[in-house]
Design a protein around this ligand. Structure first.
Ligand code: SF4
Length: 439
C-alpha cells in the first residue's frame, strides 16, 4: 500500500502465507490435503507513529497477516522488513533482538495470559527475556507499566482470572510495552470487551501512541474502531488487499464494492454514508478454492455485465447467482436443486426467475433469448446444459482477469475493473447501481 515519503518502519512485500489442511506429518509428506492461501501477495507499509487499520470479514487473512509480520508464522513467499532489515533472512539471534521491537497484542486476553502466573510474573517475564532493566529495578518497572496502562501497582500480585476483560487486555498491553517496542500489532483489541469499556481501551491506545510514538497495525472487523484510530486503512478479502488509502478518504469515497458493503454494515451508520445496507450473498468462498479472476466476483453487487449485452448491473448479478448455483448443484439432482426448499413444487422457468430475482424479461432481448433457453433446459432437469449455456454466453471480465491495485477515482489504490478503461468505457455509468454513494 502507498504511504508517505519517509522510510517505513515495517514493510511487507509480496507476502504470502499458506497452510495445508493435511492432518498429520505423513499426509503432509504425501501431499494430501488442500492448500489454504490465507495471505496472498500483500504489500504493506507502516510508518513511525502511524496507525494502519486492517479490516475484512472473519477468515479474510488479517490475523494470519499480523502473525506473519511478527514472526509467529512462516511466510510462503515475500519478505518482511523492519527498518530496512529483512526479517525473513535474519539469524535466530538477530530475530530475537529485532522482534522485541514488534509486539503482538492478542485478541483474547484471557487465553493469552498464563493463569498460573501473577501479573508481576507475566509482565516481568518479558522484562527478563530481553534484559530490559536490571533485576533490582524489575518490580518497580512492573508497577510503572501497570500504571501506564491504567491499572494499579497493587494489581501486580493478582492472577489473570481476578480481572475483568478490559483489565486483562490492559495487562496484555503492559506485557507488550515491557520490551519498549516501536510497533504494536493489535488483534481485535476491543471485540472481546463490553461496549462500555471499549471506548476506554481505544483512548488508552491513542494516549500510548502520543506518549511513546508507537506505530499500530490494528486488526479488526469493526470499521468504527478503524475510523476512530487509524490514519490509513487496508481492506482485505480472501488474503488480498482490495482497497487501501487514508481512512477519511476511503470512508468518504468507498470505491471498491466490498468496502462499500463493509461500510454499509456499521451499526450506527457514519453520517457521511448515505446508502442502504448492502447484504452480500452468502459467506466468502473457501481460501482453498479462491475464484479465478476477481476473488470477489461470486458475491459482488456491481459485477460487470458482459460487454456484448446492454444489461443492468442488478439483472446481471441475478443471472450470475443462478449460474453459480448451477455450477454448485449436483447435475443429476434435477431442477429442485435450484430452489431453496426441497419440497418446491413448481420448477418452471418463471419460478426459477422469481427465486433468483431475475426479471421476467431482461432489458437486452438477445440476452433474454439465451437465458430463456437455459431456463427451459434447467426446468427440464438438464442442469449441465443450462450451466454451459450461461457460462458460454454470460462471461464477465470479473471472472477471467484478476484486477490489480491501481489508483481509483479518489487516487488511492483499488483492485476493481470498474476503474479500468480496458473493461469499461464509462466508469461513472458502472458506478450508478442501486447502492451508489458516488453521485
Ligand atoms: S472487479 Fe468486478 S467483481 Fe471484482 S469488485 Fe470490481 S466489479 Fe466487482
Amino acid at each position: 500500500m502507498t504511504g508517505s515519503d519517509d522510510e517505513p518502519l515495517l514493510c511487507a512485500d509480496g507476502l504470502s502465507t499458506h497452510y495445508t489442511t493435511a492432518d498429520g506429518v505423513l499426509d503432509r509428506l504425501l501431499g494430501r490435503g488442500e492448500t489454504v492461501r490465507a495471505v496472498d501477495g500483500v504489500d504493506l507499509r507502516l510508518h513511525a507513529g502511524e496507525t494502519v487499520g486492517l479490516v475484512g470479514e472473519s477468515g479474510c487473512g488479517k490475523t494470519t497477516l499480523g502473525r506473519t509480520l511478527v514472526g509467529l508464522l512462516e511466510p510462503a513467499a515475500g519478505s518482511v522488513t523492519y527498518r530496512g532489515t529483512d526479517l525473513t533472512a535474519c539469524s535466530r539471534a538477530e530475530l530475537r533482538e529485532l522482534r522485541s521491537e514488534i509486539q503482538y497484542v492478542f485478541q483474547d486476553p484471557l487465553s493469552s495470559l498464563n493463569p498460573q502466573l501473577t501479573v508481576a510474573e507475566i509482565v516481568g517475564e518479558a522484562l527478563d527475556v530481553h534484559d530490559v532493566v536490571p533485576p533490582a529495578r524489575r518490580d518497580e518497572r512492573v508497577r510503572e507499566l501497570l500504571e501506564t496502562v491504567g491499572l494499579r501497582a497493587g494489581h501486580a500480585t493478582r492472577y489473570p482470572h481476578e480481572f475483568s476483560g478490559g483489565q486483562r487486555q490492559r495487562i496484555g498491553i503492559a506485557r507488550a510495552l515491557a520490551v519498549e517496542p516501536e510497533v504494536l500489532i493489535c488483534d481485535e483489541p476491543v471485540s472481546a470487551l463490553d461496549v462500555s469499556v471499549q471506548a476506554g481501551m481505544l483512548n488508552l491506545l491513542a494516549d500510548l501512541q502520543d506518549r511513546f510514538g508507537l506505530s499500530y497495525l490494528l486488526i479488526t472487523h469493526d470499521l468504527s474502531v478503524v475510523e476512530h484510530l487509524a490514519d490509513r486503512v487496508a481492506v482485505m478479502y480472501l488474503g488480498r488487499f482490495v482497497e487501501t488509502g487514508p481512512t477519511a478518504e476511503v470512508f468518504d469515497d468507498p470505491s471498491h464494492p466490498y468496502t462499500e458493503a463493509l461500510l454499509s454494515a456499521i451499526p450506527e451508520p457514519d453520517p457521511r454514508w448515505d446508502g442502504d445496507r448492502i447484504v452480500l450473498e452468502g459467506p466468502p468462498p473457501s481460501p482453498t478454492d479462491i475464484p479465478l479472476g476477481c476473488p470477489f466476483h461470486t458475491r459482488c453487487p456491481r459485477v460487470l455485465p458482459p460487454a456484448p449485452f446492454d444489461l443492468d448491473g442488478d439483472e446481471f448479478r441475478a443471472v450470475l447467482s443462478l449460474r453459480t448455483r448451477l455450477a454448485e448443484a449436483d447435475a443429476d439432482a434435477g431442477p429442485a436443486a435450484l430452489f431453496p426448499h426441497a419440497d418446491e413444487r413448481e420448477t418452471s422457468p418463471a419460478a426459477i426467475r422469481d427465486v433468483y430475482d431475475i426479471p421476467r424479461q431482461l432489458s437486452d432481448s438477445d440476452a433474454d433469448d439465451v437465458l430463456a433457453t437455459a431456463l427451459e433446459a434447467a426446468a427440464d432437469g438438464n442442469l449441465e446444459t443450462a450451466r454451459t449455456r450461461l457460462v458460454s454466453t454470460f462471461e464477465t471480465p470479473c471472472e477471467t482477469t484478476e484486477p490489480a491495485l491501481t489508483p481509483g477515482p479518489a487516487s488511492h489504490p483499488i483492485a476493481c475493473h470498474r476503474f479500468d478503461d480496458r473493461f469499461t468505457d464509462d466508469t461513472d455509468a458502472t458506478r450508478s447501481g442501486t447502492q451508489s454513494t458516488d453521485e
